[in-house]
Design a protein around this ligand. Structure first.
Ligand SMILES: Cc1ncc(COP(=O)(O)O)c(C=O)c1O
Length: 402
């Protein structure tokens, strides 16, 4: 058999693919035995197993010919209706026609990249920003340009325009950002909208964590501030189960129709069965009560994590205090490398994600993302002790040039 010359056959897009270092860190580790501050995993205690069992049973008895069949690409009308009702009850006046269901919000990001990015196009995002989005931008040949400080958003865009590299869109996670845990203020949201309107840009509002608020007050979605140019991405991954791989897009009709066509050639439709379950779950009013329990659980975990950080972390370490979501972001003095810390913690079965992967400009070697939703409470304290001791060891052994 002759050997295939794969490199000469792969597409240009495939040559731009970058594997996820976070997934490589976590793969091969037994997440159940590990103390995992790594992935953005919801806590399995929040999965409403009994309710789902009842709904599955009923769907298979009453409507197998629909729920086991192919479905429309834009998604199950009942699910879109339920989602529209939820937005309406939160003051966002949309109908099911404004929503398309996707196979998770990761797919929605990818479909946006697919329809907007040409090879070499710039897109603007925060520094740091969600790696899965960067991965998608890179795949489609995009060049993410990171903005560390929201105040420099406009000057970054002006500079790109002057260089004839006008960005296609601004990618933003306004609520409890992944990885930083930070929430944009109202003034910052207004600024993004102003800048996007002034320079005629699209905004992708990635919003997986918005419902998970533990303190402070809700701020308006970017979508509610501009229905024309904001594409909002939602997901059931953090509030119901990531196993369903169900998300959605809210956008103006001319954008939404393009996303739906792009989805046709991607997977025809999201899982019809999972959509039917989710629709019934929402219709039966089960979502809200489970969300309340989930928020309570995570609020307690966030408090515990923050308390342990205060108690055990060396003085040189700083971290964000998120009002919601699943992460805190930790910064060491610049001369230290989080990957050195990870090597030590893995020996003691503690995983976290070094922050560097979230920086599209290669910075952030001294940062780490810490998840607080997944680990059991007793493991949170143990894990923070291991982390603090590993940081102390790296600090005391790193050679600092004079
Ligand atoms: C900001 C952000 N966007 C999108 C996703 C993807 O979520 P899913 O594809 O499970 O909906 C995640 C997952 O952690 C995320 O943090």
């Amino acid at each position: 058999m002759s050997k295939i010359n794969l490199d000469s056959l792969l597409s240009q897009n495939a040559s731009h693919m970058r594997p996820s270092p976070a997934r490589s860190i976590l793969s091969g580790l037994n997440i159940e035995e590990l103390i995992s501050f790594g992935g953005g995993y919801p806590n399995p205690d929040t999965f409403p197993v009994d309710d789902l069992k009842r709904i599955v049973d009923r769907l298979l008895r009453e409507s197998p010919s629909i729920s086991l069949q192919y479905g429309p690409t834009e998604g199950d009308p009942n699910l879109r209706e339920e989602l529209a009702k939820r937005y309406y009850s939160q003051g966002v006046d949309i109908t099911k026609e404004d929503i398309a269901i996707t196979t998770s919000s990761q797919q929605a990001i990818d479909l946006c990249s697919k329809i907007f990015i040409n090879r070499g196009d710039t897109v603007v995002c925060s520094l740091p920003s969600y790696f899965g989005a960067l991965q998608s931008f890179w795949f489609w040949g995009g060049v993410p340009v990171g903005v560390a400080d929201e105040n420099s958003l406009e000057s970054t865009i002006i500079k790109l325009i002057e260089e004839d590299r006008k960005p296609k869109f601004i990618y933003s996670i306004p609520d409890f950002q992944n990885p930083s845990g930070i929430t944009l203020t109202l003034a910052q949201r207004e600024n993004i909208i102003r800048v996007a309107q002034l320079y005629d840009l699209i905004i992708i509002e990635d919003s997986p964590y918005r419902e998970l608020r533990y303190s402070g007050d809700d701020l308006p979605t970017l979508l509610s501030m501009d229905r024309e140019r904001v594409i909002l991405l939602g997901t059931f991954s953090k509030t119901l189960t990531p196993g369903f791989r169900l998300g959605w897009v809210v956008a103006n009709p001319s954008i939404l129709s393009r996303i739906v066509v792009a989805k046709q050639s991607t997977d025809l439709c999201a899982s019809v069965f999972d959509q039917a379950i989710a629709a019934r779950y929402l219709r039966d009013g089960l979502f809200e009560s489970n969300l309340v329990k989930t928020i309570e659980l995570y609020r307690g975990k966030r408090e515990l994590m923050l308390e342990c950080f205060k108690r055990y972390m060396p003085k040189c370490v700083s971290w964000t205090v998120p009002e919601g979501g699943l992460f805190l972001f930790v910064t060491l003095p610049v001369r230290y490398n989080a990957t050195d810390v990870l090597k030590l913690t893995l020996i003691e079965d503690l995983a976290f994600i070094p922050g560097e992967i979230f920086f599209c400009n290669g910075e952030g070697k001294n940062t780490m993302r810490i998840n607080f939703s997944y680990a059991q409470n007793e493991k949170i304290e143990k894990g923070v002790k291991i982390l603090a001791s590993a940081i102390n060891r790296v600090v005391s052994t790193t050679h600092i040039p004079l």
